[in-house]
Design a protein around this ligand. Structure first.
Ligand code: GTP
Ligand code: MG
Length: 581
C-alpha cells in the first residue's frame, strides 16, 4: 500500500485539523488587523495550510510574504493537473477508497463535498499517478444509451465492494461549498461584540475556502483537457472573484482560455538565418478569431464535456463568452478567450486586497450588503456589478484623509521594466513587487470605514462627477450615464454604463439609510442581557430596508431624507418595544 503518511494523519483527524485551521485563521486575521500590516494569505486559504502544502518555489514572485497572483495561479494549476474528481456512492468507505486509489501513487490531499451527489477531489503526488489511474478506469456499459468516448479526469466510483454496507452512516466529512443564507447568518452576527468583529466574521464565513479554490482550479484544468484537443499548449485560468480575493462561496467561475503560449505574442523572431513558420488560417480581426475559437470549444464542451450542461454561446457580447453549468462542482461558468485586460483587472484587485486586510473585509461587507438589498444581482441588467462596487470601495479607500491604498498611477510609477504591459494600446502597467509599495499609517477601524463609506456615497455628486482610481480623484463626467466609473485600464470606457438612474437612486438611498443606522445608539451597540439575538450593527444593515422601494428621484424630493429617517427610527423603536398582546 502506498498511502502517504500525511493522508493517514489526515484521515484520522481531517476535521479536527480543519477546525484548528479555522481558529487559526480567526486569530490571524484579527491580529493582522490590529498590526495594520500585510495579510499573508493565499486565495481563500489559511497561511499555515498554504505554507505546509506549497511546493518549493523559486521565490522570485514572492516578496514580504505576499505571493503575486501569477505565482498563485501557477501553483494552483500545477496542483489541479495532478488531481481527479470522483463521483462516489454515498456510503463509500473512506479508508478502502483511499487504499484503492493509492495503488496508483501517493495521495497528497483529498476532500469530499456534496453537489448533486457525493464527490471527492483527490490530489496525487505526481502526474504519472493520474495517468496510471486513468489507464485502469473503464468505459461505462450502458444498455439503452450510447456514450461519447471522451475520457476525462471526472470519474465515477463503481466498485460495490467499497461500499460499506455494515456502516449505513459513512461518517464522511464533507467540505461545504455553499454558505448559509444571509438572513440566517444575521442571528449569528448579532452575537458578536463589535461591528469590527461582525465584519471579520462575515468575511470569514462567506469567503472562498481552500477546498473551493482547489475545485475551481480543477474545473479549469478539466476544461483545459477539452480545449487541448485543438490547442495542446493552451491553459485555462480562473479570473474575477474566483481569484481576486473578494469571491464569495457560490460565486461564478470566470475562465480565460489563454493561447499566448501558441499565438506567438511572446515569441522573439530570429534576426538572421533560416527559420520555419507555421501556415495559419487568417481572419478579419482578433475578435473574429476569438469568436470562432470559442464557438468550436463551446461546441466541444456541449457535446463532449462530462458534467457540462446548459451550454450557451454568447459570441456577440462585447466580450464573447461560452456560459454553462458544471454540474459536478455546482459552478456557473463563463469561458472567455483573449480577455487579457480582465486578467489585469483581476491582478490589480488582488494586489489591492493584499495591501491591507481592511480592503478585503470592507469590499466583502459592501458586496454582501449590496446583494442583501438587491443592489447587485446574478442576472445581467441595469444593476451595479460587483466589479463596479469593488472599484467604488477602492476609490473610497484612496480618498481617506490618510489614504489606505495608493492610486493606480502611483502603482504604475513604481513598476519595473518587467511589469510593463500594454494590451490593445492600453497601458496596463503596475508594480508587481509588493515590497516597493509604502503604505500610509491610517488607523481607522472597520466600523469607522463602513460608516464613512455609506456617508461618502450618500452625498457623492454622481450627477456631475466620475470616479477615477487611476488618479484617486473624482473628475468631471465625460458622458451622461447616471453612474460613471472610469475603467482602470481602458480609460475611455465606463464600467458602470449599464446602471440606470433608478438603480443609482436605490444605492444612494440605501447608503443614506445605512449611514444613519450606524450612527444610532439603538442600532450601533450590542443588545445585552437575555435578548442577545436582537439584530444590531452590521446585522441591522443586512435586514430588509425601509427605503429600498423608492422608485424615482421625484418621490425622494417630495419626502426629505430627514423625514424618512424619522420614520425609520419610529419603526425601529416600535419593533423593539415588548409586545403587549
Ligand atoms: P462576481 O459577481 O462575484 O462574479 O464578481 P466578479 O468580480 O467575478 O465579476 P464578473 O464575474 O462580473 O467579472 C469578472 C471579472 O471581469 C471582473 O473581476 C473584472 O476583472 C472583469 N470585469 C467585469 N466587468 C468589467 C467591466 O465592466 N470592465 C472591465 N474592464 N472589466 C470587467
Ligand atoms: Mg465572476
Amino acid at each position: 500500500m502506498r498511502l502517504s503518511a500525511s493522508v493517514l494523519t489526515a484521515m484520522a483527524s481531517s476535521f479536527a485539523v480543519c477546525r484548528l485551521h479555522m481558529r487559526g485563521r480567526v486569530v490571524l486575521v484579527r491580529s493582522l488587523q490590529k498590526a495594520d500590516t500585510f495579510l499573508q494569505r493565499s486565495i481563500g486559504t489559511d497561511v499555515a495550510a498554504a505554507q505546509a502544502e506549497a511546493p518549493p518555489r523559486d521565490g522570485s514572485d514572492e516578496k514580504d510574504g505576499c505571493k503575486s497572483l501569477h505565482a498563485l495561479q501557477v501553483e494552483r494549476q500545477e496542483q489541479a493537473e495532478r488531481s481527479v474528481l470522483i463521483n462516489c456512492q454515498s456510503r463509500t468507505n473512506e479508508k478502502k477508497f483511499l487504499k484503492y486509489l493509492s495503488n496508483h501513487g501517493d495521495i497528497k490531499k483529498y476532500f469530499f463535498y456534496e453537489s448533486y451527489g457525493l464527490y471527492a477531489v483527490v490530489e496525487f503526488a505526481k502526474r504519472e499517478n493520474v495517468a496510471s489511474l486513468l489507464e485502469g478506469a473503464v468505459i461505462p456499459s450502458v444498455s439503452h444509451e450510447s456514450t461519447v468516448p471522451f475520457k476525462s479526469r471526472l470519474l465515477s466510483l463503481r466498485n460495490l465492494s467499497l461500499v460499506d454496507l455494515s456502516n449505513q452512516q459513512s461518517g464522511l466529512q464533507c467540505q461545504p461549498q455553499t454558505t448559509i443564507p444571509i438572513n440566517e447568518f444575521i442571528q449569528r452576527l448579532s452575537k458578536e461584540e463589535s461591528i469590527d468583529q461582525q465584519i471579520t466574521s462575515l468575511t470569514e464565513a462567506y469567503q472562498l475556502t481552500e477546498e473551493n479554490s482547489r475545485l475551481r482550479f480543477l474545473v479549469c484544468s478539466l476544461l483545459k483537457d477539452i480545449a487541448a484537443a485543438y490547442f495542446p499548449e493552451c491553459t485555462i485560468k480562473p479570473f474575477g472573484s474566483s481569484v481576486n480575493g473578494f469571491g464569495k462561496l457560490g460565486c461564478d467561475l470566470d475562465m480565460f482560455l489563454d493561447l499566448d503560449g501558441i499565438s506567438g505574442r511572446n515569441v522573439k523572431m530570429p534576426k538572421s538565418g533560416l527559420s520555419l513558420e507555421y501556415q495559419m488560417k487568417r481572419a478579419n480581426s482578433e475578435r473574429a478569431v476569438t469568436q470562432s475559437i470559442l464557438s468550436v470549444i463551446g461546441e466541444c464542451v456541449d457535446q463532449f464535456g462530462p458534467g457540462c450542461v446548459g451550454v450557451q454561446k454568447i459570441l456577440n457580447a462585447r466580450c464573447p463568452l461560452v456560459r454553462f453549468a458544471h454540474q459536478p462542482s455546482g459552478f456557473q461558468c463563463d469561458l472567455t478567450a483573449n480577455n487579457r485586460v480582465a486578467m489585469k483587472s483581476t491582478e490589480l484587485l488582488y494586489l489591492y486586497g493584499q495591501l491591507d486586510p481592511r480592503v478585503r473585509s470592507l469590499v466583502f461587507t459592501v458586496r454582501c450588503w449590496a446583494r442583501a438589498h438587491g443592489v447587485t444581482s446574478s442576472i445581467p441588467g441595469a444593476w451595479i456589478s460587483n466589479f463596479s462596487l469593488t472599484v467604488m470601495v477602492l476609490f473610497f479607500l484612496q480618498k481617506r484623509s490618510i489614504p489606505i491604498i495608493p492610486t493606480l498611477e502611483h502603482l504604475r510609477d513604481l513598476a519595473g521594466p518587467a511589469d510593463k504591459s500594454v494590451i490593445e494600446g492600453n497601458d496596463c502597467t503596475f508594480v508587481s513587487d509588493f515590497s516597493k509599495i509604502q503604505l500610509k499609517s491610517n488607523t481607522e477601524t472597520l466600523e469607522q470605514l463602513l460608516c464613512e463609506f455609506f456617508e461618502f456615497y450618500a452625498t457623492f455628486p454622481f450627477s456631475r462627477m466620475s470616479l477615477n482610481i487611476r488618479k484617486g480623484k473624482e473628475q468631471n463626467k465625460p458622458e451622461v450615464a447616471p453612474l460613471h466609473i472610469q475603467n482602470p485600464f481602458e480609460t475611455s470606457l465606463n464600467v458602470s454604463k449599464n446602471v440606470n438612474a433608478t438603480q443609482l437612486d436605490r444605492f444612494v438611498a440605501l447608503c443614506q439609510e445605512s449611514s444613519w443606522l450606524l450612527q444610532q445608539r439603538e442600532t450601533n451597540t450590542p443588545r445585552g442581557g437575555a435578548n442577545m439575538t436582537t439584530a444590531w450593527g452590521l446585522a441591522t444593515l443586512l435586514l430588509p430596508s425601509q427605503v429600498a422601494g423608492i422608485k424615482s428621484r421625484k418621490k425622494r424630493r417630495r419626502e426629505p431624507a430627514s423625514e424618512r429617517i424619522k420614520g425609520l427610527l419610529e419603526s425601529l423603536k416600535n419593533k423593539n418595544q415588548p409586545k403587549t398582546s
